[in-house]
Design a protein around this ligand. Structure first.
Ligand code: AHM
Ligand code: MG
Length: 339
């Protein structure tokens, strides 16, 4: 018989609800809808190699059914689940150029907007490598009862009410924060529940892992090049050389570094002059989780990611996140090289 000391996502959300300033159970409902959508997407991700779900979106399969790419499917599932929650009035998603506004009576009264990357790590989807969902929740600025506006989404990350990710990896995990620490749950597939597995996630102050796409080396700012040289130099006192690990899935790379200690860098490059990653639904939520676990998330130029005022929903930003001391050292190299 199981010990029944297992706490599920919904139980923990309800337990923590009273500590939340706007406690009316709304945020709990929203997070549990995200958990539900994650389970549906997870099911599909798990059988991605078996079913004809991969390939071109809108391609018609042998039964005459329209096939969908997994990222389009995930987008639809999360949108439906968030709409069904009745407390979200709009969504900004990586999959949609414009914001998606929910204009049914219930949703118009919703207090929240969500920024989401429904399935991040697109290059890994078709090859059975870890991918993730990343989300960020804000209270709306526009009056309730009206349609959500773009301004509701263009809030700095410091205004996030909640953020999190789902990693579809060797296990499926949901990691979230509401500003009271970073908490992780692992999906127990046989009972279909996210079970509390990482109550207080604290990232090491220093780590030994650096994660960056070194194939872009020639296009990196000089500060990043110098920092990489530092990472690779021999120095027993600081456990160098460090180890290089790069999956190419932000959630998976960040998750590993969060647990083990490390730094993730996606800098500005000659081909991506503003960086590649998106502020609203990739960097802000990851930054919130990193800071709540004792880490840092900056742009490489001494600016805190969560303090950047967004100007457009798909805005890109250069991103340095992970163990505090490593981010500080990397930014010192950037400062020294003046780029
Ligand atoms: P995507 O939103 O198209 O999937 O791009 C985001 C991904 C991140 O998950 C990952 O960290 C990064 O892009 C990898 O980029 P690159 O292949 O340039 O290293
Ligand atoms: Mg993405």
């Amino acid at each position: 018989m199981p010990a029944f000391r297992v706490l599920t996502l919904n139980e923990v959300i309800i337990q923590k609800q009273s500590a939340f300033p706007y406690a009316k159970g709304e945020l709990s409902r929203l997070l549990s809808h995200i958990g539900l959508a994650a389970k549906i997407v997870n099911k599909q991700v798990n059988k991605a190699g078996l079913v004809n779900i991969l390939g071109e979106a809108h391609h018609v399969n042998i039964q005459g059914e329209a096939q969908q790419k997994l990222d389009v499917y995930a987008d639809e599932v999360f949108i439906k689940a968030l709409k069904a929650s009745g407390i979200v009035c709009g969504i900004a998603s990586e999959e949609n150029d414009e914001i998606v506004i929910f204009d049914d009576d219930l949703s118009l009264d919703g207090s929240y907007v969500v920024c989401i990357d429904p399935l991040d790590g697109s290059s890994n989807i078709d090859v059975n490598v870890s991918i993730g969902t990343i989300f960020s929740v804000f209270r709306r600025l526009s009056p309730k009862g009206q349609k959500a506006t773009i301004e509701d989404f263009l809030q700095p990350g410091t205004k996030q009410i909640a953020a999190g990710y789902v990693i579809y990896g060797s296990s499926t995990m949901l990691v979230y924060t509401t500003g009271l620490g970073t908490t992780g749950f692992t999906l127990e597939p046989s009972i279909g529940e996210f079970c509390l597995s990482h109550p207080y996630m604290v990232t090491p102050k220093s780590g030994k892992i650096y994660s960056i796409n070194e194939g872009n080396y020639i296009r990196f700012p000089q500060g990043v090049k110098s920092y990489l040289k530092y990472c690779q130099e021999e120095d027993k006192e600081t456990s160098r050389p460090y180890t290089s690990r790069y999956i190419g899935s932000l959630v998976a790379d960040f998750h590993r570094n969060l647990l083990k200690g490390g730094i993730y860098i996606y800098p500005k490059t000659a081909s991506n002059p503003n960086g590649k990653l998106r502020l609203l639904y990739e960097c802000n939520p990851i930054a919130f989780l990193a800071e709540q676990a004792g880490g840092l998330a900056n742009d490489g130029y001494g600016n805190r990611i969560m303090e950047i005022q967004p100007t457009s929903i798909h805005q890109r930003v250069s991103f340095f996140t992970g163990s505090k001391n490593m981010v500080i050292t990397a930014e010192n190299f950037m400062k020294e090289m003046g780029d």
